[in-house]
Ligand binder design. Structure first.
Ligand SMILES: *Cc1c(COP(=O)(O)O)cnc(C)c1O
Length: 378
């Protein structure tokens, strides 16, 4: 083995992916410590992080809210909400227009929870009117689930408009805000959100290791006895934090240390508004540059978020995604394959510790790769 192949480089390749994503050096450095799970200093950090998450959401413990951390990736947090908070006789209406909505459907199948799926095409936001009709006719529906930014395409779903329908019918509302929380403002009260899920390694720019659920304490306490499994029992997890400030089972110590630093950096950037503004500039720089090269975005700008953007493959046989991906990687840029069922696309994320100048560098690299391969855009 060449020794150089194993040495860390001064700068890692930049990730233009929707999480894990590029993190700051200081966030990575925060992990160069060991932390004892039982130790009061570590548990004080866990408590601080939980309060800070509520602050970012514009909520507080005093007003009756909790942020519950759970080991595992974002999916674990989403599944924990369904596993814990839907009663045995409950039924969930899922609004789906991409892979993450479909993943919720899979979870409900595994958990054997009755459900109804309201689908729209992948380039079309969820339909509040269709939900209104479903809730009016099916009184057995107890919960509605939605994905805020459907990372499959980058489409933004109308969580507040849908939330108003949910409230009018007095049902519970579950929002997967994995790829939007901390970058797109979310107003809990007009949307009537009961449970919101996100994770450490998306717009908060921490490292993977845990997800978190924001909910009203009372709403979760009312779910006593529903949990369908032990490790994902969110109520039991809350009781663990209540009892001794600790995670049940081994905590994600290093991700928590990284997250503490990441939250300080979010504050330094101007909170959700500051972070959202940088991501928006990243997205605008990206779309402008890619259009100049001749690429077409998949979504209508009216429904496109500034989180991640899908582009159609160039319309020529000379283009191979695998070759494109490898050549960009050789130049230090990691992009993301597409996940859309009916169109050939790839995705480029605008989130993580990247700036418009990094986007410019990526677009130049894409231009070079196309020239190397003799791909002419039409
Ligand atoms: C990333 C993501 C998830 C969770 O994915 P994990 O790989 O489990 O972290 C869920 N929903 C959305 C919308 C996401 O973007």
């Amino acid at each position: 083995m060449k020794p150089s192949a194993t040495l860390p480089t001064a700068r890692d390749k930049l990730l233009f992916t929707p999480g894990p994503l590029t993190t700051s050096l200081s966030v990575k450095q925060a992990m160069l410590h060991d932390a004892g799970s039982w130790h009061f200093e570590f548990n004080a950090k866990v408590n601080w992080v939980r309060e800070k998450i509520l602050e970012i959401a514009g909520l507080s413990r005093d007003a009756g809210w909790e942020a519950i951390l759970l080991q595992g990736s974002g999916t674990f947090g989403v599944e924990a909400v369904f596993a814990t908070c839907v009663p045995p006789s409950g039924k969930v209406a899922v609004l789906a227009n991409g892979a993450y909505g479909e993943r919720i459907v899979l979870m409900l199948q595994h958990l054997k929870i009755d459900h109804l799926v309201l689908r729209t095409p992948e380039n079309t936001p969820n339909d509040p009117a269709a939900l209104d009709r479903a809730l009016a006719t099916d009184k057995t529906i107890t919960h509605v689930a939605i994905v805020h930014c459907e990372t499959t395409t980058g489409i933004l779903n109308p969580i507040t408009e849908v939330g108003r329908v949910v409230q009018r019918h007095s049902r519970h509302y579950i929002v997967d805000a994995m790829s939007s929380f901390a970058a797109i403002p979310i107003d809990f009260s007009p949307a009537g959100i009961d449970f919101l899920i996100s994770s450490a390694n998306k717009c908060l720019e921490g490292v993977p290791g845990f997800s978190f659920v924001i909910c009203r304490r009372d709403a979760l306490l009312a779910c006593e006895g529903y949990a369908r499994c032990l490790s994902l029992d969110l109520l039991d997890q809350l009781k663990g934090f209540d009892k001794n400030g600790q995670f049940r089972y081994t905590p994600p110590t290093h991700p928590i240390l990284a997250f503490e630093q990441a939250m300080k950096e979010l504050e330094h950037e101007g909170g959700v508004a500051g972070r959202g503004a940088r991501y928006r500039r990243n997205h605008e720089t990206l779309v402008k540059g890619m259009k100049q090269l001749g690429f077409r975005p998949y979504l209508d700008p009216a429904v496109q978020s500034y989180i991640i953007t899908s582009f159609y493959y160039p319309d020529t046989e000379k283009f191979s995604f695998d070759d494109f991906y490898r050549r960009l990687s050789d130049k230090g840029f990691i992009i993301y394959p597409g996940k859309i069922s009916r169109a050939n696309t790839f995705r480029i994320g605008s989130i993580g510790r990247i700036s418009p100048s990094d986007i410019d560098a990526l677009v130049s690299a894409i231009d070079s790769v196309l020239k190397e391969r003799g791909v002419k855009m039409v």
